[in-house]
Design a protein around this ligand. Sequence first.
Ligand code: AMP
Ligand code: ZN
Length: 114
Amino acid sequence: MTPCLFCSIVNHEINASIVYEDDRVVAFNDINPQPPTHVLIVPRRHIATLNDLNGDDTELVGELVRRAALIAKDRGISASGFRTVFNTNRDAGQTVHHVHLHLLGGRTMHWPPG
Ligand code: AMP
Ligand code: ZN
């Protein structure tokens, strides 16, 4: 089985620019940032997509979202605004199958995303 890229980052087996970690959640800068702030917030535990969440994961998902808001605050973009996105499967363009919340900000973004 191909090792999961984000599991490897979470386990410090490959390098990433980690901005936050605790026993349940890790956040790191996206390697190919789109806006000036582009951070990925992931659960330590491997969960492939939002389709694979179970009933016990509700609090964990809340931690991902809250961590995104706290990192946005640290970056000084809380008031100006930011976007948070989970891509799921092919039509949304999910390329890494380990749940990750994109935190995007630092410039004006357009809607709809296309
Ligand atoms: P998604 O298309 O929603 O699956 O997003 C995957 C994201 O992971 C993309 O924005 C990639 O730029 C990012 N990415 C891929 N490899 C790495 C890596 N080694 N370190 C940090 N971010 C990565
Ligand atoms: Zn994984």
